[in-house]
Design a protein. Structure first.
Length: 133
């Protein structure tokens, strides 16, 4: 009977050892799958980090470009304002020239008109000189 019990225990021990071996094999396969999954996740995470870094660099370049555009717009606005002032000065200068020419014409006309009373006064003196009182 002891031999039967030993045999039974040996068979049972062998079966349990086989079960443990199968469990360990399944556990090893699951751990291996988990390691592969973690490696894949790590690779995906690394790729995502690289893409985020590239995106951040692109946004930084866009921001710098926008700053340059804003700076150029400010320069253009300043130049347009200066040009507007220059055009105003030029317009005023042309108007002053035109008015000066008009004033010169009027002054010449005034000189001519002022010569008329002088000539009339001389003619009147000559006429009066003929008459003796």
């Amino acid at each position: 009977m002891v031999a039967d019990e030993v045999r039974s225990l040996a068979i049972r021990s062998h079966a349990l050892t086989a079960d443990i071996h199968r469990m360990l094999s399944r556990l090893q396969a699951q751990v291996s799958n988990a390691v592969d999954t973690i490696r894949g996740s790590h690779a995906s995470a690394s790729t995502a980090v690289e893409e985020v870094t590239r995106t951040a660099d692109i946004f930084s370049m866009i921001t710098r470009s926008m700053d340059q555009i804003i700076e150029h717009n400010i320069q253009i606005a300043s130049a347009a304002e200066q040009q507007s002032r220059v055009e105003g000065v030029e317009r005023n200068t042309r108007e002053i020239k035109s008015l000066s020419g008009h004033n010169a014409t009027e002054a010449t006309s005034t000189v001519r008109v002022s010569d008329d009373p002088v000539q009339m006064a001389e003619a009147l003196h000559r006429l009066l000189a003929r008459f003796k009182v």
